[in-house]
Design a protein around this ligand. Sequence first.
Ligand code: PLP
Length: 397
Amino acid sequence: MTIYDRLSLRPIVNAKGTATRLSGGVAQPLVREAMAEAMGACVDIVELQALASTRIAAVTGGEAGLATAGAAAGLLLGTAACVAGLDPARMARLPEVRGAMPEAIMVRSQRNQYDHALRGAGVRIVEVGLPDRYAGAGCRDAEPWEIEAAINERTVLVHWVADAQSRPALEDVVKVAHAHGLPVLVDAAAQLPPQANLRRFIEAGADLVVFSGGKALGGPQGSGILAGRQDLIASAALQMLDMDYPTGFFRPPAAFIDAAALKGLPPHGIGRVAKVGKEQIVGLLVALEAFIAEGDEARFARWLSPLQTLFDELAPGFDGGLDLRRGGAVPLLGLYPAGGAEAAHRLYADLVQGEPVIHTDPEELDLGAVILNPIALVEGDVARILARLDQISHSRS
Ligand SMILES: *Cc1c(COP(=O)(O)O)cnc(C)c1O
C-alpha cells in the first residue's frame, strides 16, 4: 500500500513530464531516503545553505548558490537581490521602494507566466522588441540596441529566458547590460539536461541563473537552484532566511554571507514566503550529485527504455503512426492516431478521462500527435498505458 492509497487518493499515470499540476516528477530512492533521513535531525539552516552554496558553485561555475523553493522562487529572490543589494533598509521595504518603481527589461517574445515572480519583488517589467518572426509578418525579434535604449536610472536588471529560440543571444544581452553596470538574471528552469547547461549561462556572463530542482534534475518538487554572483546570492539568502537572531548571534560562514559588511540585520524578507526546508535542500543536493554522476547518455537510455517498449508493443497493431524521437535532450514517443488532429484530441481526452487517468503532452494535438514523455513514468506504467490503449481501440471497433 502506498501513501496515496492510504490517503484514498486516485493514482495517475504521468506521461506528460514534470508538470507542477501533476506534482512534478519522481525522485530516485537515493533522494527519497536522504530527504526522509534529513527530517529526522536538526541542523543550522544557514550552515546547510552555505554548504549548498559551495556545491552549487562547484557545478555551475558561479561564485555562490542558494537552494530555493523552485525556479520561480529563485526569480523572486534574484530580483529582490538586484533591487536591494546588501542594504537592509531596502530589503525591509520590499516590495515597496522609495521613489520610482524599479524596472526589469525583458524581450517581449520572452514574456511568460513565470515573470510574475519578478513583479512580485516590486519590479515593473519593461518590454522591448517587436517579435514579428512569430506573426509570420517578418523575420526579426528584439535587438541589443533596443535593450540599451530602454535602460534608465530605474533599471535594476535585464531578464533573459533560456530557450533555443531566445533572441538576442545571451552573450549580446550581457554585453549591453554590463556596459551599464546592470546584472542579467537568466531563467533556465527547464534547461536540464543537457548537463553542460549547468555551467553554460554563467560562462556566457549571466550574473544569476535559476534552475528547477523538481524537473529533470530529479530533486524534490518544491526545490530549485539560484546560482551566480556572491553579493547577489548573499542578498537573496538574507531575504529568504529566518532573521530572528539575538543581536550579535547571526554568524554565517563569511564566504556565503559577509555579515561584517552589513549595516545591520534585515527583518524577515520578501523571500520568507518561499522558504526551503532542510529536507528540500538535502534532497536537492543529493539529486544534483546523482544527476551529474549518471550523465546525459545513461539518463537518456533510462528514459528511452519504457518508450522503446511502448513502441515495440504498439508497432504491430496501432491504428496510425508512431514516432520515437531521439533527437532532443529527452526522448519522446509521438502517437499519430489515424484521423489526424481530431483523432489525436479524442485519444488525449480518452486517456485523461479514463481509468486509470493517463496524462500525456497535449502540445501537438493540433498537429495530430499525442506525445508521451518518459521522465515521470514509474514501474508498471508501460503496462497500464498499453492496456488502456488496447481498451480504447476495442471500444472504437
Ligand atoms: C518550470 C518553469 C519555471 C518554474 O519552475 P519551478 O521550479 O516550478 O518554480 C520557471 N520558468 C520556466 C521557463 C519554466 O519552464
